[in-house]
Design a protein around this ligand. Structure first.
Ligand SMILES: Cc1cc2nc3c(=O)[nH]c(=O)nc-3n(C[C@H](O)[C@H](O)[C@H](O)COP(=O)(O)OP(=O)(O)OC[C@H]3O[C@@H](n4cnc5c(N)ncnc54)[C@H](O)[C@@H]3O)c2cc1C
Length: 431
C-alpha cells in the first residue's frame, strides 16, 4: 500500500514552497517533490523578489535569506538605436527596513526557502518527476512518480509545477498555450566586481537598481529587456511573446546579443564574465488565461495557474501568495475532512479577492492591445527619442517654434486623429 500524506506539493519553486511551508507549519504531513537536483537548479528569474508577500510567510526573512541587493532605484528606458528617453525613481527609504524588494539568484534563494519548509517538517524529495496524478472516482488521490514503486497518496495534491504545467494539462485544467499567451525570455548572469557595479550604476554597497528597457531592446517588438544588479553580478535578459517572435522571425539568442551590444548597454557590461545562460517561458496571458484552479482533491498555484502580472514583472510574489492561500484552504478543508472542489473553494475566494486577480483583471486587455497594435513599440518609442533630441538640441531655434515643429512631426507622420486614438486606446488598456 503506497504511503499517504495530507498534502503532496509538486514543485519547489516559490509557489510550491510557500504552500508546503504553510501546510507543515499548521501541522499537516507534507511531501514536496522536485524534479531538479535541488530546488532552484532548474529555475530562472530576472531576479526581483518582493518583500511584502514573503514577509507574510517568513517575518524578517531579509535577516537570513540569501538576497543580493535591496533595490533603491527603478529605471525605465525607452530606447532607440543610439538614444534613450529615461525615467526613474530612486528612494533611499527602500534601502532600509522594511525594504520594498530585492534582487535574488534563484538557486541559492530557492534552496534556502525550501529548507525553511523542511525545518517545519516537510519531506522534500529532489530528482523525482511527477508523471501523473492518480484519479479515482473523479477525485485526485495522489501522484505517480518516475521512481520504482513511485505512487504516493494524499488528501490533496497541489500543482506548483510551473508555467508549462503538464499535470494541469493532463487533468484538463488548461489547454496548449496560444503563442500570444507566453513570452520566451533568455537571460545571462554576468560576473562583475562590486566596485564596478557601484560606479557604473551610481550605487553604494547594499543598494541595487533595476532597469527595464523597451523599444530597440526587442527590435521594436512587444516585449521588454531587463538589467538588474546583484552583489557581484548583473542579470541581463530579453523576451517577447512567442507570437511576436514568430511574426518578426526573431531568434531569442540574437536578441540578447543585440541588447548586449547596444551602445547604451555595452559599457555597463564591459569587462564582465558570462557565468550562466538561461531560457524560460513566462505566462503572459493574464486574466483571460487563468485556468480552473480547484478540482476534487487538487489545487493549482503560481505559474501553473498563469499568475503573472507581466506589466509590473510580478510573478514570484503571486506564486508565494497563491501558495499560502492554497495552504490555508487545505487547513480549513482538513478540519471538515472535505477535500472536494467545494471543500477547497476558499482558495478560489481568497485568490479572487486578492491583489493577484484584481491586478490581472485591471490589465486584462493590455497584452492583446499592444500585440494587435505594434505601433506603440515600433513607432512611438523612436518618435519620443527624436522629439527629445530635437527639443534638447541648442541650435538657435526659439523654443516655441521647436515645440510646434515637434508636434508637427509627430502628428504629421500619423495624423492628429490617429495619434489621439492610439493614446486613448493605450490609456484604456492600462487604466
Ligand atoms: C526570465 C524571467 C524573469 C522573471 N523575472 C521576474 C522578476 O523579476 N520578478 C518576479 O516576481 N517574477 C519574475 N519572473 C516570474 C517568476 O520567475 C515566476 O512567476 C515564479 O518563478 C513562479 O513560481 P512557481 O513556483 O509557480 O514556478 P517555478 O519557479 O517555475 O517552479 C516550478 C518548479 O516545479 C518543478 N517541476 C515542474 N514539473 C515538475 C514535475 N512534473 N515533477 C516535479 N517537479 C516539477 C520545477 O523544476 C520547478 O522547480 C520571471 C520569469 C522569467 C522566466
Amino acid at each position: 500500500m503506497p504511503e499517504k500524506f495530507d498534502v503532496i506539493v509538486v514543485g519547489a519553486g516559490p509557489a510550491g514552497t510557500a504552500c508546503a511551508f504553510t501546510c507543515a507549519k499548521n501541522g499537516l504531513k507534507v511531501l514536496q517533490i522536485e524534479r531538479g537536483e535541488y530546488p532552484g537548479s532548474k529555475n530562472v528569474m530576472g531576479g526581483v523578489l518582493y518583500r511584502k508577500q514573503l514577509e507574510e510567510i517568513i517575518p524578517d526573512f531579509w535577516k537570513e535569506a540569501p538576497l543580493e541587493r535591496p533595490i533603491v532605484e527603478q529605471r525605465f528606458w525607452m530606447m532607440d538605436k543610439e538614444s534613450t528617453v529615461n525615467f526613474s525613481y530612486k528612494g533611499l527609504e527602500w534601502g532600509r527596513e522594511p525594504y520594498n524588494n530585492f534582487t535574488v539568484l534563484r538557486a541559492p534563494f530557492d534552496q534556502w526557502f525550501a529548507q525553511k519548509g523542511v525545518n517545519e517538517g516537510v519531506l522534500l524529495i529532489n530528482e523525482t518527476v511527477v508523471t501523473d496524478c492518480l484519479v479515482e472516482n473523479g477525485k485526485v488521490i495522489g501522484v505517480r512518480t518516475d521512481r520504482p514503486d513511485g505512487e504516493v497518496l494524499a488528501d490533496v495534491v497541489v500543482l506548483a509545477d510551473g508555467v508549462n504545467s503538464l499535470l494541469g494539462k493532463k487533468l484538463g485544467f488548461h489547454k496548449e498555450f496560444r503563442p500570444d499567451e507566453v513570452a520566451l525570455t533568455v537571460m545571462e548572469v554576468i560576473n562583475l566586481p562590486k566596485e564596478k557595479i557601484n560606479d557604473r550604476f551610481n550605487l553604494e554597497d547594499g543598494q541595487g537598481c533595476t532597469i527595464e528597457i523597451f523599444g530597440d531592446s526587442t527590435k521594436g517588438n512587444l516585449g521588454t529587456a531587463f538589467l538588474y544588479t546583484n552583489k557581484e553580478s548583473l542579470n541581463i535578459g530579453v523576451g517577447t511573446t512567442l507570437s511576436s517572435m514568430m511574426k518578426a522571425k526573431l531568434k531569442p539568442y540574437d536578441l540578447l546579443d543585440h541588447l548586449k551590444n547596444h551602445p547604451m548597454v555595452k559599457p555597463l557590461l564591459s569587462g564582465g564574465e558570462s557565468a550562466e545562460y538561461l531560457a524560460h517561458l513566462i505566462p503572459e496571458g493574464g486574466y483571460h488565461s487563468v485556468p480552473k484552479v480547484i478540482g476534487n482533491g487538487v489545487l493549482v498555484i503560481g505559474d501553473a495557474a498563469q499568475l503573472v502580472n507581466a506589466i509590473h514583472r510580478e510573478g514570484s510574489n503571486m506564486a508565494m501568495s497563491s501558495g499560502k492561500m492554497a495552504a490555508e484552504a487545505i487547513v480549513k478543508a482538513k478540519v471538515r475532512n472535505d477535500f472536494s472542489e467545494v471543500g477547497l473553494s476558499s482558495y478560489r475566494d481568497s485568490l479572487y479577492n486578492s491583489f493577484i486577480i484584481k491586478d490581472l483583471e485591471k490589465y486584462k486587455n493590455a497584452a492583446h492591445t499592444f500585440e494587435q497594435y505594434p505601433q506603440y513599440f515600433k513607432d512611438y518609442i523612436p518618435m519620443m527619442n527624436q522629439a527629445a533630441s530635437k527639443f534638447f538640441t541648442v541650435d538657435g531655434t526659439p523654443k516655441k517654434d521647436k515645440q510646434k515643429q515637434i508636434m508637427k512631426s509627430v502628428t504629421g507622420e500619423k495624423g492628429t486623429l490617429k495619434v489621439l486614438s492610439d493614446m486613448y486606446r493605450a490609456w484604456k488598456a492600462v487604466k
